[in-house]
Design a protein around this ligand. Structure first.
Ligand code: ZN
Length: 481
């Protein structure tokens, strides 16, 4: 079968591969606006830059949407080895960590498998627990850092250390909850602590964090292209623009934001050929709980049934082929395989569902969603690489991969907005619940409820920031994950 989009494909691919704009945008976001961390002021400046760029590229209805979130400002943090010898250990506080100081013995749980916390509860009570960032061997779903943290808290941990399981990447960051002080340490320092514990039988530490949990405002950037067909239906392309505060978040996720902006520019040049509407969204505050995409979904409930498709771009400049990962939509697979056929290159189209990026709040509304990437590359890499460390810098971005991402996603967008035959429909609530259950995430939901009960029972002795957190914890699983 011939490709009826061939002339359009040639033009959008020519634009994607002929332009150096994507790396330019990544460089500007990182070098001029640092991490774009919510509440830092640089988030607002970056949003104004992105909105100006989109307006200049011919997008319509470009505007900022403000939302308020439980924010976090980094203060000092320190980890000191007290026994069997004395000395400092390099560390960074984990976002949302509370203010506090704890002196206690160390317990090391390796990758922190689900059963370890209850089994070793007697050892954990009152101690500082260390786990590494690796997924427990044989575990089918991702055991997220926040789950390891929450399970440690429930077993009575007084402090928490998150150790990188990759050598030479430094201490990792990543959001947790404001219950006990928590820091990240490098693989090398973590291994040394674990060895000391093994050899001497007892390691005593002092962990101190002075960070502030407070409400802040930040923004999403929204831009539109109106289709020619007069339909209310819309395709959304989105990415988070902010990085973790310890880095400039070049790969995660300035590259995603840059790809979405470049696709917006390219599609604006072809607006006469778009039947349905496209919306481009640059989300804030993804790293501390998908807060920008959650705020967007909350603010636009009436639009959910009109969203034909949502594509999310997270770490778009990372190596690997730029294929399509559908979040459980077999009916859409033939269309995406057709896109790959038209592109004429070897690209994966596969299905997998994960909750840890901005497609998730849309998926929970039943909207068909997907991300870009390569399952083989993810397996080869085995994790985040430079992501969530201070080494996630502009020099790590691969402009060739970004061009492929932009080109493939633009070619896909032509079909997504123009095809009249649309085989997917919005999932019902029962189907959404069923999907979440088959993924094994209901365990995470139950964990959230247990944590709430645990904190309620200790209400009188909680830190002020923990009380605020508890009062916000709705017990609703979508907020917990
Ligand atoms: Zn990300």
């Amino acid at each position: 079968m011939g490709n009826r989009y061939i002339e359009l494909d040639k033009r959008v691919l020519g634009e994607a591969y002929g332009s150096g704009e994507a790396l330019e945008i990544v460089t500007t976001l990182c070098d001029d606006f640092d991490s774009r961390w919510p509440g830092s002021g640089m988030d607002r400046a970056a949003c104004e830059y992105m909105a100006g760029w989109l307006k200049g590229s011919g997008l319509e209805n470009v505007h900022l949407e403000k939302f308020t979130l439980p924010g976090w400002i980094r203060g000092s943090s320190s980890l000191r080895l007290l026994e069997p010898k004395e000395g400092p250990v390099e560390c960074i506080a984990l976002p949302m960590s509370c203010e506090g100081s704890v002196e206690a013995e160390l317990v090391y749980l390796g990758t922190g498998p689900v059963d370890a916390y209850e089994e070793r509860r007697d050892e954990i009570e009152g101690k500082i627990v260390m786990v590494n960032s690796g997924n427990p061997p044989g575990m089918p779903r991702t055991l997220h850092r926040s789950e390891k943290y929450q399970r440690s808290v429930l077993a009575g941990a007084a402090g928490w250390i998150f150790m990188n399981h990759y050598p030479a990447y430094g201490p990792p960051t990543g959001g947790i909850s404001p219950i006990v002080p928590a820091v990240g340490v490098s693989y090398e320092d973590g291994m040394r602590l674990a060895r000391l514990l093994e050899r001497k039988g007892r390691v005593r530490l002092r962990l101190e964090t002075a960070c502030r949990n407070l409400d802040v405002d930040t923004w999403n950037v929204v831009a539109d292209l109106r289709g020619t067909g007069g339909s209310d239906e819309r395709v959304i392309y989105g990415a988070h623009y902010e990085g973790h505060d310890i880095s400039v978040g070049a790969l995660d996720d300035a590259t995603g934001a840059a790809c979405v902006m470049e696709i917006a520019r390219i599609m604006a040049g072809e607006r006469r050929h778009l039947k349905r509407n496209m919306r481009f969204i640059l989300f804030g505050a993804e790293e501390i709980g998908l807060l920008g995409s959650r705020a967007y979904v909350r603010a636009h409930p009436d639009e959910m049934s009109g969203i034909r498709f949502m594509m999310n771009f997270d770490a778009a400049g990372r190596d690997g082929r730029q294929g399509f990962c559908l979040h459980g939509w077999p009916a859409l697979e033939p269309m995406f395989k057709g896109i790959v056929r038209d592109l004429g290159v070897d690209l994966p189209v596969w299905s997998q569902v994960g909750p840890y990026s901005d497609h998730w709040p849309f998926l929970l509304q039943g909207v068909p969603t997907a991300t870009m990437g390569d399952p083989e590359e993810a397996r080869r890499r085995g994790g985040r690489g430079f992501g969530h460390t201070k080494y996630d810098t502009v020099d790590k971005c691969n402009p060739r991969v970004m061009r492929e991402c932009i080109g493939n996603a633009a070619v896909a967008a032509l079909r997504l907005v123009n095809e009249d035959e649309w085989p997917a429909r919005r999932r019902s609530q029962a189907e959404i619940d069923g999907l979440v259950q088959t993924q094994g995430y209901e365990e995470t939901v139950q964990l959230g409820n247990r944590l709430r009960g645990y904190l309620e029972a200790r209400r009188g002795s909680l830190r002020p920031e923990t009380l605020v957190y508890l009062d916000r914890l709705s017990g609703n699983w979508e907020e917990v994950i």
